[in-house]
Ligand binder design. Structure first.
Ligand SMILES: C[S@@+](CC[C@H](N)C(=O)[O-])C[C@H]1O[C@@H](n2cnc3c(N)ncnc32)[C@H](O)[C@@H]1O
Length: 334
């Protein structure tokens, strides 16, 4: 009897990446984003098939078949089970492939730097975040229902990006007014055009500016009726403001001073989940953690968020997990 030789490399650990995963994963990411820019995932997730009409489109479709995301029937293509998963999660792919790529690229020249200032593609990050939000419509429905249930007021989205969330909530809470503020002027300009096209300009006002509480109030605050704001929301920004400033509670305290009548907070953010190996964490967690570590932006644990909420007198009314580490919390105070 001869001994059976194991087929795995002697130094490979369970779940280690192979060279194939690294190279083909990168190409698959590019194909997924291109297909998204052509509207393919929206069509496919809507239950329709796609029919590539050019050589380039056929090459991408064929690549997506080889990756296992599409299946071909005649000259049309439909989603596989994995393809469905990929389409639903394409926002995460866009964020890593397009949004954060300029920052990761800078690693090469930064061996002796402490941090790399984030050099994102703001439009891509904005769209990625909106796509991530859209994949869990029930979270939106819960936020919309909680806003619509009370006396109508004004909801502000701090760091609203392309106003995707505000637009969706405007449909769910039809008597509410909405404000959105983001530091990226161009993203706000493009979102303002979209809001006008949707006929929502009467209900949604978007302003450029910073939402980081500073000793001097920002200029945009002088243009709004601060007392009218009853709900303050912020998604995937608080961790950064808290790192640049003086922690989570300091940022929330600043917002509470800006908006004296705020009675509801909706905070969505990525929590820190620590593990030594990539494969011990849910997907996207290692990428998220590495991106933030190289830019010097801290991530915060669930306990740190909840301690800050409690210290400021906020009670959790709903806590909704999207991806394992992306948590949206609705909070109220008396
Ligand atoms: C990760 S994105 C999240 C976008 C959006 N809240 C969402 O979840 O769909 C962070 C957003 O915050 C904006 N931002 C960063 N720093 C800011 C600041 N100091 N004031 C206002 N917006 C800021 C960025 O331009 C970007 O649109």
């Amino acid at each position: 009897m001869t001994a059976v030789t194991p087929l795995v490399h002697p130094h490979a650990g369970i779940g280690d990446f192979t060279i194939r995963d690294v190279i083909e994963g990168q190409t698959a990411g590019q194909l997924i984003v291109a297909a998204d820019d052509w509207g393919w995932w929206t069509t496919l997730l809507g239950g329709d098939t796609i029919a590539p009409s050019t050589g380039i489109q056929q090459t991408v479709a064929h690549g997506l078949v080889r990756a296992g995301f599409l299946a071909r029937r005649g000259h049309r293509y439909h989603l596989t089970h994995t393809g469905h998963d990929v389409g639903k999660n394409r926002g995460f792919v866009r964020c890593a492939v397009r949004g954060w790529e300029p920052t990761f690229r800078r690693l090469s020249g930064a061996a002796h730097d402490e941090y790399i200032p984030a050099a994102t593609e703001p439009g891509e990050v904005a769209r990625a975040c909106t796509d991530i939000a859209r994949r869990r419509p029930e979270i939106f429905a819960t936020i919309g229902a909680s806003i619509a249930a009370g006396t109508p007021g004004c909801t502000i989205d701090l760091g609203c990006a392309d106003a995707g969330r505000v637009q969706a909530l405007a449909g769910l809470a039809p008597r509410e007014q909405f404000l959105g503020v983001d530091i990226e002027d161009e993203v706000i300009d493009a979102a303002t055009v979209d809001v006008a096209k949707l006929g929502l300009s009467e209900r949604i006002t978007l302003l450029p500016g910073s939402v980081q509480p500073e000793p001097q109030p920002p200029a945009w605050l002088g243009k709004i009726d601060r007392e009218s704001v009853t709900t303050a929301m912020s998604f995937f920004l608080l961790h950064q403001l808290a790192s640049d400033g003086d922690g989570i509670a300091a940022v929330l305290r600043g917002w509470m001073e800006w908006f004296p009548n705020v009675r509801r907070l909706v905070i969505g953010d990525g929590y820190l989940l620590e593990a030594e190996h990539w494969t011990q964490q849910p997907w996207f967690s290692p990428t998220y953690e590495i991106y933030h570590t190289i830019t010097g932006v801290r991530l915060w644990t669930q306990l740190e968020y909840e301690r800050a909420f409690a210290d400021l007198g906020w009670s959790v009314t709903r806590r909704m997990e999207d991806h394992t580490m992306l948590v949206t919390t609705i909070l109220e105070r008396g």
